[in-house]
Write a protein that binds this ligand. Structure first.
Ligand SMILES: O=C(O)c1ccccc1N[C@@H]1O[C@H](COP(=O)(O)O)[C@@H](O)[C@H]1O
Length: 197
């Protein structure tokens, strides 16, 4: 089970995610309480070993804005939330980074349909920490897809059993306060996933 810990903004929390065994870490570079600048994301990404994927998270920005932030931060993946057209993913192909298409359950759930590398199926309001009906997507997404939206150490095993994803992604569920990551919760989340998978 692939695990992404998202919304990191402090070096200690990046270290906690890497130490706990995360496969990917995310830096939010769009409007959010978790927002970091491309420069800050670059500082954080520099702390991440090569086997862990660094992901820049965006919502609704045009491809040129995403490209500039990805290049400035050096992230190795970009995650686009919102109903981006296929052309936006095509426009970013030459960046040579992993492309994640983040959608809610009403979208086209075929991974690769928009030339993305990974699909992320999230709650209608990304980053809100609100659980949703994970079982409703069971069997619908194809290819490599991550489940997100309201996951936490106490419910991620249930969510995996309900939806059957290839991976999981969490932000709010490993925070002690909005925007403040908690190393103990990060560790507990990874343990819960490894115990479930
Ligand atoms: O975390 C945010 O603030 C955010 C803002 C804009 C787009 C996406 C955002 N986060 C993504 O939301 C899910 C996790 O949500 P949750 O808090 O665990 O319910 C994950 O994909 C983040 O990358």
């Amino acid at each position: 089970m692939y695990v992404k810990i998202c919304g990191l903004s402090e070096p200690a929390h990046v270290a906690a995610a890497v130490e706990a065994g995360a496969d990917a870490v995310g830096f939010v570079m769009t409007r959010s309480t978790r927002r970091v600048s491309p420069g800050r994301a670059a500082e954080l990404a520099a702390l991440v070993p090569a086997h862990v994927l660094t992901v820049g998270v965006f919502r609704g920005e045009d491809p040129e804005t995403v490209r500039a932030a990805a290049l400035a931060s050096g992230v190795r993946a970009v995650q686009l939330h919102g109903r981006h057209p296929h052309a936006d993913f095509v426009a970013l192909k030459d960046l040579g980074v992993t492309l994640l298409r983040a959608v809610d359950s009403t979208a086209d759930l075929r991974c690769g349909a928009y030339d993305e590398d990974l699909l992320l199926v999230d709650a209608p309001h990304a980053g809100s920490g609100q659980p949703w009906d994970w079982a409703a997507v069971r069997g619908r997404p194809s290819g490599r897809w991550l489940l997100a939206g309201g996951l936490a150490p106490g419910n991620v095993a249930e969510a995996i059993a309900a939806a059957g994803p290839w991976g999981v992604d969490v932000s709010s569920g490993v925070e002690s306060a909005p925007g403040v990551k908690d190393p103990a919760l990060i560790e507990a989340f990874l343990k819960a996933v490894r115990g479930a998978a």
